[in-house]
Design a protein around this ligand. Structure first.
Ligand code: ADP
Ligand code: MG
Length: 365
């Protein structure tokens, strides 16, 4: 196990600045997820940590060791890719034991390690099969077994579950989580899937265009997104946004847009002034139907435009004035199209962002 430290990492491909001043301190045993849209530099950063990619500037430490000039093979880490990269002509046993055989371990020791890892991954009965005789999920477990058997200081995963169907992905997520709880090996896991990030991570690093936008626990980034990008990226269905103007009446601030008028939470008063245009955000899960606007709730009179059944819940797409909102109601309360519902939410659930730079007003309190 090892602490990992990334200091002022930059990566250029030619003139393209791909990773920009990346700083991160990862604790020993932590499960870190790099999350962001495709092309934001997640894999490039991971590959620099692995030693598969040159670092243009900055320092990578694994444990106390500066590894910038250490070969990938000597960094004592194991990496699992989306493409499982198994040796097709070798059996599961041979695939898992490959690195140990190269390292020259005794046969009995190899056997003990392979069987222990195979049992952990429920692969014991497949040890004599070739990869072509396995399902996608089993192949992915073999790839993980090959990494685990080496007992590395650091696991690196690059979208390892992307090729699996939804059900298997959920199952593998649980297995990964439980393996991490047993082994407690420091792990860096790359994904573009926020559900995967939320379920696996101790801390999530949210990236955009080679820049870290926010680092925090899943709860942190969900409840306290620092800007509109993070707010919109985390959470499904995505946060509802609308532009609104700050007004003042009898010493109280509110934000207003058409029929929407919402009191500004008192703690944000120092950050607003009449006439300021803000981006307001409210999560679908924070919106409820009924409970008409009292002082302490934001009120959204919403006309139902469409409904989608998602099992026990119905996703309602509605409109308040010119602003569109999504929220859920129970399946038994599916509303008719065209109806206007009294929707409201707790004021604490209201997010306000600077319209110019997208930063959360709460962020700079
Ligand atoms: P992610 O893993 O977040 O999807 P990558 O780290 O793979 O993103 O890529 C980040 C950016 O770097 C992308 O714009 C990609 O096109 C570019 N890139 C990746 N590898 C190379 C390369 N070998 N040469 C030039 N550009 C590259
Ligand atoms: Mg990638």
């Amino acid at each position: 196990m090892a602490r990992v430290k990334l200091e002022a990492i930059n990566k250029f491909y030619g003139k393209s600045h791909i990773v920009k001043d990346f700083n991160l301190d990862i604790a020993d045993g932590e499960f870190i997820v790099f999350l962001g849209p495709s092309g934001c530099g997640k894999s490039t950063t991971l590959r620099m940590i692995a030693g598969l990619e040159d670092i243009t500037s900055g320092s990578v430490f694994i444990g106390d060791r500066l590894v910038n000039n250490v070969e990938a093979a000597d960094r004592n880490l194991a990496m699992v890719f989306q493409s499982y990269a198994l040796y097709p002509h070798m059996t599961v046993y041979e695939n898992i034991s490959f690195a140990l055989r190269i390292a020259g371990l005794a046969k009995a020791e190899i056997d003990e390690k392979v069987r222990r890892v195979a049992a952990m991954l429920e692969l014991s009965e497949f040890l004599n099969r070739k990869p072509s005789q396995l399902s996608g999920g089993q192949r992915q477990r073999v790839a993980m077994g090959r990494a685990m058997v080496r007992n590395p200081e650091l696991f690196l995963f690059d979208e390892p579950l992307s090729n699996l169907d939804t059900k298997l992905r959920a199952q593998m997520r649980e297995e990964l989580k439980s393996i991490h709880q047993q082994l407690k090996t420091t792990t860096i896991y790359v994904t573009h899937d926020q559900i995967e990030a939320m379920t696996l991570a101790d801390r999530i690093v949210i990236m955009r265009n080679g820049v870290i936008e926010q680092v925090g626990t899943p709860t942190d980034v969900f409840l306290h997104p620092v800007n509109t990008f993070v707010a919109g990226f985390i959470g499904s269905p995505a946060m509802n946004f609308f532009e609104a103007t700050v007004g003042e009446q009898a010493g109280q601030y509110f934000v207003e847009k058409g029929p929407i008028r919402i009191p500004v939470p008192r703690k944000l008063w120092p950050k607003v002034s009449p006439g300021k245009v803000v981006t307001a955000g409210i999560r679908p899960s924070d919106i409820g139907v009924g409970a008409k606007g009292q002082d302490q709730r934001g009120f959204l009179p919403s006309k139902v435009l469409a409904t989608e059944i998602h099992g026990a819940e119905v996703l309602v797409k509605a409109q308040a004035g010119e602003s569109a909102f999504n929220f859920h109601v129970p399946l038994t309360q599916r509303p008719e199209l065209g109806r206007t519902l009294d929707c409201s939410f707790e004021l604490d659930a209201l997010h306000l962002f600077d319209k110019q730079n997208g930063q959360s007003l709460a962020n700079t309190l």
